[in-house]
Design a protein around this ligand. Sequence first.
Ligand code: SF4
Length: 324
Amino acid sequence: MNKTIQQLADIILNGGRLDRRQIDTLADASTDAFDDLLYYANRIREKYFGNKIKLCSIVPGRLGGCSQDCAFCAQSLHYDTPVDKTPRVLSDEEILAAAADAKAKGVPNFGIVYSGKAITEEELQRIERLIKTITEDYGLGMCASLGIINAEQAKRLADAGLKRYNHNLETSERHFADIVTTHKYADRVKTIEVATKAGFGICGGGIFGIGETETDRIDMAMELRRLGVDTVPINFLHPIEGTPLANQKTLAPRQILRIIALYRFILPKTSLKIAGGRVLNLRDMQSWIFKAGATSILTGNYLTTAGRSAEADQQMITDLGLEC
Ligand code: SF4
């Protein structure tokens, strides 16, 4: 057993947390000690989360036609991707049918995701109605991902019954400008702060495999820790034809598992949700994510790519002796 990893894990298992110097030491020590890193990431997960795995599903409220230029995204108008240039707005009936499906399949958390930098007043009014209906009639925990919001919009969403807000940092501040130029990292930080002030639980994370370095990954984790998010969605690039990252080499499954494990050490009490890119990138190693420290998954389809059925994911979790 690698002594450095063991000593650093003991700090966390005894209720402490690692400082930046210790995290850098862990990253160095774990380069050639994959199994030891996973062993302790799993111990940390068990200590703070027990056997419980959280399932979430999402529906796009508006898909495509986005003015922003995130280099990984199929929905951006800046790139010639397979997604239509005209945004597709799902009807209330389609969104409620997706909520009913989530409930029927025993997926307790449901998110509405809008493409774009922000929402209009008309869209906000519609989302307020949908949140009320889904919360009251279906009993699902509601999350929303609506881009940049201000304090007044956040209050109205909270009054409508919204419990959680998703807003990702995507990557480190340093790497952000290589990936997005149409808005600033500071805009994203500010929205997370606004949503936190409104009382929402924050689902804030990023995407990996977009040319970032290990330092970028650690920097983002530290910023998420500073912001106090309670869930970190972890996405892995699914290269989309037409985007600047179309030819980016995807991460190998063991690289992905190492990232999850490092995040478990850095954010020991924060839920880690494995989201987009899981099926494509991890292939037969999907079930290893929990041993690497993951505590949540996005099940069903992603926004623009296919995922796995809730039934298959629930079976995987049961087969591992975990509960959802
Ligand atoms: S990630 Fe969001 S903001 Fe960026 S291009 Fe895609 S839909 Fe637009």
